[in-house]
Design a protein around this ligand. Structure first.
Ligand SMILES: Nc1ncnc2c1ncn2[C@@H]1O[C@H](COP(=O)(O)OP(=O)(O)O)[C@@H](O)[C@H]1O
Ligand SMILES: [Mg+2]
Length: 600
């Protein structure tokens, strides 16, 4: 498990069992309700098998007494028939346990699958502001481990909890029924021992977790230094690293050894304490038998019941901590399910095409995570359909923020964004986004084939259209150079494409989408000049006939724009064509262009 994931899990508080947290958890139980009939049957099977389990010690006692008396008597008849009843009850119990376990698993897994689907559906539809304030690792962990925790409880823990309760209650009643005197002895010693055992267990777990962390720290040193071995050697820091590793391992060793001491103590405690208690009960029991208060068989039943009760008591601690963890997980999952998704259309219908006039009127905006700073302080500009508009300005000026607002990732705090003369808010969100395409600086491809990655721009496209788009994007050449062609797997587990190649896949994707509005956010900034030329040509094709917004560092790529908008600290400071702006004495654009080599 990656370290950050574990750290973030350990930091999470697990809530105490309270009415409040149980009520919240109960809300998630509505995921079980479609399967409630099966759930009820599972509960019934569980109850029956637990109760049958309680008969077992009773019959065993009868069997022993039957053996001692030479021939059995009473309701169960002779030894053979007692044994037969025993075997039959075992068989019935086995069957019921099977059904209960399968049914619980089915109900738990199915409701969890529903919950997973719901959680993903909500998360992916949440607005960008949600993602801006959270780490992706945290979200992935919610989907993976929090839901896993809830799953464990639903499929197994809940059943165990009910079973143990039935056994505990039934068991205590039956031992009192068998011998009240002996029950008092047992109930006076067992709970204390169990509390001690639980505390021991907790301590041991704490040590083993600590040891794991320490070992992970040590392993990080190995990993980092071997990955950066050139650095280590160039700085002649081998000695330093050896000492660092040695210290780290020694720390781990100390923790492990302390844990081992506790483990050893625990073992002797179990042997002396727990078995001692059983001996105590046996001893007192034997005395009662001697005095004629109990038969040997009854003592046998008693001892068996006592072990059942003891095991159930001991199991509760573990179950409690699991329920507690699941409650924490429930709380976090609930938080996500309560977030409001964007009003997006999950099955968008084809809509009438917009022309592509864009107008910003005094747009003011602060990021939700940094309310105190205005990223845009009243930005106004206009782009006619089909125009090429370039945004120029220093890094951090607000260029990407402008296009994020255009893409409706965020809403302006003040001012308006007009598309074809109509307020952007009046369009259905999916309709607007379906007519825009973004080619960012760093293109991530999804795991899958190149073909799928291009078709992502328009899942309804035909094969011919996909290939046509690839050709226009200058991607055809490199795609065909792979042995698998369009079926080449890319992404994390596949072929690594170069920056320029990924960029051309993204352009092909955008061509296929055929948007009215195109946004290029530093699309060529990280390319070498060879790929930049190809990508630039592809972009020319892509921009034709659409309103295009180009953000670029290299001013050479913006020279041909119909309009250049210079942004500085969240404000538009200059607007005009290259020729107009370069003429301005003390102009910001002129100054920026003088800093660049490729512009004269
Ligand atoms: N997701 C975000 N959350 C908070 N602040 C942000 C976020 N993205 C950008 N900013 C801030 O907004 C300002 C403008 O950033 P940006 O639009 O990315 O600049 P540019 O694209 O011109 O380099 C910067 O001060 C930046 O730190
Ligand atoms: Mg930017």
């Amino acid at each position: 498990m990656p370290r950050y994931a574990r750290a973030s899990r350990e930091d999470l508080p697990s809530p105490k069992l309270s009415i409040e947290s149980l009520r919240h958890a109960a809300e998630l139980l509505r995921y079980v309700s479609p399967y409630k009939t099966k759930f009820a049957f599972a509960l019934l099977a569980l109850l029956c098998s637990s109760l049958l389990g309680l008969i077992f010690p009773y019959i065993t006692g009868k069997l022993v007494d039957g053996a001692i008396a030479g021939r059995g008597e009473g309701v169960f008849g002779d030894i053979d028939s007692i044994a037969l009843v025993l075997v039959l009850s075992l068989a019935l119990q086995a069957l019921l346990s099977f059904l209960q376990s399968v049914w619980f698993a089915e109900v738990g897994e199915k409701s969890l699958a529903d919950l997973r689907k719901d959680a993903y559906r909500v998360i992916i539809a949440l607005p960008m502001s949600f993602f801006a304030s959270r780490r992706v690792g945290e979200l992935t962990s919610r989907i993976a481990s929090d839901l896993g925790q809830i799953q464990d409880v639903l499929t197994t823990t809940l059943a165990q909890l009910l079973r143990q309760t039935a056994i505990l209650v039934g068991g205590v009643v039956l031992i009192f029924f068998t011998s009240p005197q002996l029950s008092v002895v047992m109930l006076a010693s067992f709970p204390i021992l169990i509390v001690v055992a639980v505390l021991f267990g907790r301590k041991i777990r704490k040590f083993s977790r600590e040891a794991q962390d320490k070992l992970a720290d040590a392993n990080t040193i190995v990993e980092e230094t071997l990955q950066g071995i050139a650095n280590v050697k160039a700085f002649a820091n081998e000695g330093f690293e050896i000492r660092r590793y040695r210290q780290s391992i020694d720390l781990f060793l100390r923790t492990v050894l302390r844990g081992a001491a506790y483990r050893g103590a625990f073992l002797s405690f179990i042997i002396f304490g727990l078995f001692g208690a059983i001996v105590l009960v046996l001893w007192v029991g034997a005395k009662i038998v001697q005095a004629g208060g109990l038969t040997i068989g009854e003592l046998t039943s008693f001892i068996l019941y006592a072990t059942f009760v003891g095991a159930a008591m001991g199991g509760f601690a573990e179950l409690y901590s699991q329920v507690q963890k699941a409650l924490g997980a429930t709380e976090r999952v609930r938080e996500i399910l309560r977030e409001t998704p964007e009003p997006i259309e999950l099955n968008p219908k084809p809509t009438s095409r917009i022309r592509g006039d864009v107008k910003f009127e005094n747009v003011v905006f602060s990021y939700p995570s940094r309310k105190e700073i205005k990223a845009l302080k009243g930005v106004s500009f206009e782009a006619k359909a089909g125009e090429r508009v370039a945004f120029v300005g220093k890094s951090g000026a607000g260029k990407s923020t402008i296009v994020s607002l255009l893409l409706q990732f965020y809403k302006p705090d003040a001012g308006r964004i007009l598309i074809d003369g109509k307020d952007a808010n009046e369009y259905p969100l999916s309709e607007l986004r379906s007519q825009m395409a973004l080619v960012p600086q760093d293109v991530t491809l999804f795991g899958g084939t190149i073909y799928d990655n291009i078709a992502y721009g328009n899942p309804n496209a035909t094969e011919a259209e996909v290939i046509e788009a690839a050709k226009k994007a200058h991607a055809q050449e490199f795609i065909e150079s792979f042995p698998d062609g369009y079926q080449t797997i890319v992404g994390e587990r596949g072929v690594k494409l170069s920056g320029g190649q990924r960029q051309r896949v993204a352009i092909a994707r955008a061509i296929l989408k055929n948007p009215a509005i195109l946004i290029l956010d530093e699309a060529t900034s990280s390319l070498d000049s060879e790929s930049e030329k190809l990508v630039q040509e592809a972009l020319e094709t892509l921009m034709r006939g659409r309103t295009s917004f180009i953000i670029a560092h290299r001013l050479s790529t913006v020279r041909t724009a119909d309009k250049i908008i210079v942004v500085q600290s969240g404000e538009v400071v200059e607007t005009g064509t290259h020729e107009e702006l370069i003429e301005r004495e003390n102009g910001v654009y002129r100054m920026l262009s003088e800093l660049q080599f490729d512009l004269s």
